[in-house]
Unconditional design. Structure first.
Lengths: 139, 139
DNA sequence: TAGCATCTTTGGCAAGATACTAATGATTCA
DNA sequence: TGAATCATTAGTATCTTGCCAAAGATGCTA
């Protein structure tokens, strides 16, 4: 089981939007990409997924960009992971019949532990940590 | 993050050996492969890794095969995952500098939760569950 | 000691996933 | 209208996964 770069980008993008919250001016893709050192062309696709899951909202045209759709406290890392990869920990093998039930139970316990940990971190906390770091600049 | 088929195969192979423990006769690759419905040619490679990590032992020649290297209680799911994939939850991004510290902390919390859950299940428990299922036949 | 049964090692490989790039379209605002 | 921005889709190089198979090494037994 390996954490993907995409999931990391998604969390960092949401963090950037959370740090900018609740500023009326939305953040442009290029701004987020530059701040978080994420390839803009890839970030586009990630933002779309986050939007389709209702975590962020967008506006087009001049003065367009992205903003959170809810308060940072209402968004967890688990929400972001589910938005970009379907589930915090994907286990297709749970659906297959060749795996005995007792092994499946062990997998489920691991899955639930990871999910709980992911849902236990919201972006208000993350922002608080970011702001407490003196070397971090934010707007 | 997704659980691999390989990790599942590894757990099932160790379960088969644990259910056979402490029988003096070792289990052949083909036996394990057949019981757990795992492709033998793939299982070979998995068993080698488990052996190199000291979880199982082997004997060649006639009457050869595999057996656990320690008691089922001494082997956890976490041990097996670390043997076949390096870590329960691999997070290469923790080593990269572009990811801010507060996001890394969130990743670490998820990683630790998964690790703890995986280390919390040993193969004695798994065998007990297997034996309590009436439809399960074992030797 | 010959020969067979088993594990061991190595190489290869097709299919899918990952992490992008890029082109084009759609929308908003001035 | 036209410029700025998001939205959509297609493509793609590289890596990973999940295998197969051949050849080698080792131990048992006759």
């Amino acid at each position: 089981m390996k954490a993907s770069v995409k999931s990391d980008y998604a969390c960092r993008a949401v963090e950037a939007l959370a740090l900018h919250h609740p500023n009326a001016r939305p953040l442009r893709i290029e701004e987020i990409a530059h701040r978080e050192a994420i390839p803009a062309n890839y970030l586009v696709q990630i933002l779309i997924e986050l939007k389709s899951k209702g975590l962020i909202q967008s506006r087009r045209g001049k003065a367009g960009g992205y903003a959170l759709a809810k308060a940072p406290r209402e968004i967890t890392v688990g929400d972001v992971l589910r938005a970009v990869q379907g589930d915090v920990l994907e286990m297709p093998l749970l659906l297959e019949s060749r795996c005995p039930e007792e092994i499946k139970r062990a997998w489920r316990r691991i899955k639930q532990a990871a999910e709980q940990a992911a849902d236990d971190v919201n972006f208000e906390e993350i922002c608080a940590e970011a702001k407490s770091r003196p070397e971090m600049y934010y707007i």
